[in-house]
Design a protein around this ligand. Sequence first.
Ligand code: AKG
Length: 323
Amino acid sequence: MLNTAYATTAYWVEDRFPIRCGERSPPLDALLAVSGHDTWAYVTACNPLSIALPDAANAERMTRLEARVVASGLPYLHGQGRGADGTWPPEPSLLVIGISQQDAVALAGAFRQAAILVGSRGGAARLVDCRSAGSPIETIHLADGGLLLHAPGFLPADAADQAFHELRDQASWEQRPALFGHPQPRLTAAHGDAGLTYRYSNTLHRASPWTATLLALKAAIEGVMGRYNFCLLNRYRSGADSMGLHADDEPEMGDTIGSLSLGATRTFRIRHNATKDTRAFAVEHGSLIVMAGTMQRFWKHEIPKTSRPVGERINLTFREIRP
Ligand SMILES: O=C(O)CCC(=O)C(=O)O
């Protein structure tokens, strides 16, 4: 389900009147009548997938959005989306007149918006989910019913940079012991619904509360597949950090895992338990892998060490833990 913040925002057209989700707008209908168009969409380029970006990054995005609308030849007005509770900064936006819903979703998808408001003359404003627009997803059917989705450009670079820096600097990273007393070759942290825990390899991860960025990422990935209540974060400080071959097949674990990569590109390798068939994916900054179907029963996965000089990488695996 999309964030209810969308439904409670006032979508101002200049400083003249607001449009509200689920409501008709007589001033907007009058504007459409004068322009000779029947349809409209209210689009922003700011804060892709609800990841809050700095003002300068949003201004640069809005310049690109406006250039595309100008090129379309459609009339438009400037606006500002203003949240009800003041926790989200006002978002510069454009009211585009005469655009079809399909074109509006494609435009919003190009700027990785989670949703937009659209409508037609005489009708109520409607919220349309755009989370699956704008990022091509490869669907790979694996042997024995495993399913792997790969979306290399899932999170745009500016939002991926923002998430990487925020998580690197603010998550409660720890280096846990692995089996036989050695430290794990990576740092970990965990966030999720209150009271949730996840145990693997003899270590218990207790969920810290969700942050706004993690909730936005969770909703974005849920727009592709799955429902999640827990996120395990792994931080690979260099090529010497790694994750050995394993499956996330604990009985309490849901079958669908959404895995987002931030930072340095590493290799994500999977291997079939019986045939030893192996496949490798370069997981880049902002890329998404979803593991689903029977994959955890028949395949294992790993992040091997590398001797290449690579920078830091953070991986987030969104999971469903059944308490
Ligand atoms: O870092 C990755 O891409 C994989 C993480 C992983 O396998 C896990 O958390 O179980």
